[in-house]
Design a protein around this ligand. Structure first.
Ligand SMILES: Nc1ncnc2c1ncn2[C@@H]1O[C@H](COP(=O)(O)OP(=O)(O)OP(=O)(O)O)[C@@H](O)[C@H]1O
Ligand SMILES: [Mg+2]
Length: 106
């Protein structure tokens, strides 16, 4: 298998504004703070960590379901951090784990 990078995530940050703080010192939850990794073609990557450490937010942000606060997302050599994601929606997606939530029970 050709060892080419399919997905590269560089210094990804996702901060969410939260209640509290004033106009000049808004408060944020740093859900993802400087996360970098890559996935080669044909590889699977597991992301493991305690509840609330930012696994889901990392996935949602690299799919641009959240606009990243910072960092870079590169898909198959193309920087997709700020592009229109429409052409990529068929290539990158969430597959939900709970079969009862993702499959028609009938
Ligand atoms: N839309 C949001 N607005 C504000 N804070 C958020 C939002 N989404 C996630 N967070 C916060 O970001 C942090 C990371 O949450 P995330 O859901 O990514 O964790 P996780 O690793 O997927 O946890 P779990 O293992 O429980 O699924 C948590 O503190 C969470 O409360
Ligand atoms: Mg999660």
């Amino acid at each position: 298998m050709e060892n080419k990078k399919l997905l590269e995530v560089e210094h990804l940050k996702q901060y969410f504004p939260v209640q509290g703080g004033g106009y000049l010192n808004k408060k944020f939850v740093k859900a993802v703070d400087d996360v970098s990794f890559y996935v080669n073609k044909g590889e699977t990557l597991g992301l493991v960590g305690e509840s609330g450490c930012g696994k889901t937010t990392t996935g949602r942000t690299l799919l641009r379901l959240h606009e990243p606060t910072g960092g870079k997302i590169i898909y198959d050599g193309t920087d997709i951090t700020h592009v229109n994601m429409l052409p990529y929606r068929r290539k990158m997606q969430i597959v939900f784990q709970d079969p009862y939530a993702s499959l028609d029970p009938v």
